[in-house]
Design a protein around this ligand. Structure first.
Ligand SMILES: [Zn+2]
Length: 221
């Protein structure tokens, strides 16, 4: 399988490494790491450089992290990748059909079964949300499924939205995303995703706030 092209940003990786990221996003980051040796290296370096310090870290204001991350970039330049980080993890090595842990233990089995099993709610033609839903520290976690070329209906989200591709591919005006890739949309971002693979695209879908579907005139449904 190819390596991911779209990664969680450094704030998410740093938050994960320091144990300060919210649980839902940590789950997404951990799953991305199973696919992505580059981000594993980055997280391992954060942990190696700041391990003890993380324990004393006050809950940082995310805006205050920028300067810190710049300094970390300097420290990271040229640091070798530890062997245990470079090695592909089992699920990533066995191919994209298998959702890696820790997410696999969390998901319903529906991700690995054919689609018409009654566990999906069709929100528009060829686009479904899982009936399965979890909330972790305020983040709603569901699965989003898009048939080939099916557009996700216009919607508005009032907080961050994060997607991680588990199967197939989708695209929007910002790029093309395939297995292991992360798409991050900040609140009020307009984006128009549609399935971009022959098989249905299935994504882990994280939302921090309400999701409002809109009609053609932009009014809430
Ligand atoms: Zn990555």
């Amino acid at each position: 399988m190819t390596l991911p092209l779209h990664h969680p940003d450094d704030r998410h990786l740093f938050g994960y490494a320091s144990g300060q990221e919210r649980a839902g996003k940590s789950l997404l980051v951990a799953t991305h790491l199973a696919y992505c040796p580059d981000c594993r290296r980055r997280v391992a370096s954060f942990e190696a450089l700041c391990g003890n310090w993380f324990e004393e870290l006050p809950c940082p204001d995310h805006d205050g992290l920028d300067g810190l991350l710049d300094r970390m970039d300097g420290l990271l330049a040229g640091s070798p990748m530890p062997a245990e980080v470079a090695r592909p993890r089992q699920a990533a090595a066995t191919g994209e059909r298998l959702v890696p842990e820790p997410l696999r233990g969390w998901l319903p089995e529906a991700i690995d079964t054919p689609t018409d099993d009654g566990r999906w709610q069709e929100i528009s033609k060829g686009v479904w949300l899982s009936g399965w839903e979890r909330t972790l520290s305020g983040t709603t976690i569901r699965l989003l499924r898009m048939a080939s070329d099916a557009p996700v209906p216009a919607h508005r989200h009032t907080a961050d939205e994060l997607l991680l591709v588990l199967r197939g591919a989708f695209s929007d005006e910002y790029g093309s995303y395939s297995v292991g890739d992360v798409a991050h949309y900040v609140a009020a971002t307009d984006h128009h995703a549609r399935g971009a693979s022959e098989e249905d695209c299935i994504c882990l879908f994280l939302l921090d706030g309400d999701l409002i579907f809109l009609d053609e005139d932009g009014n809430s449904l």
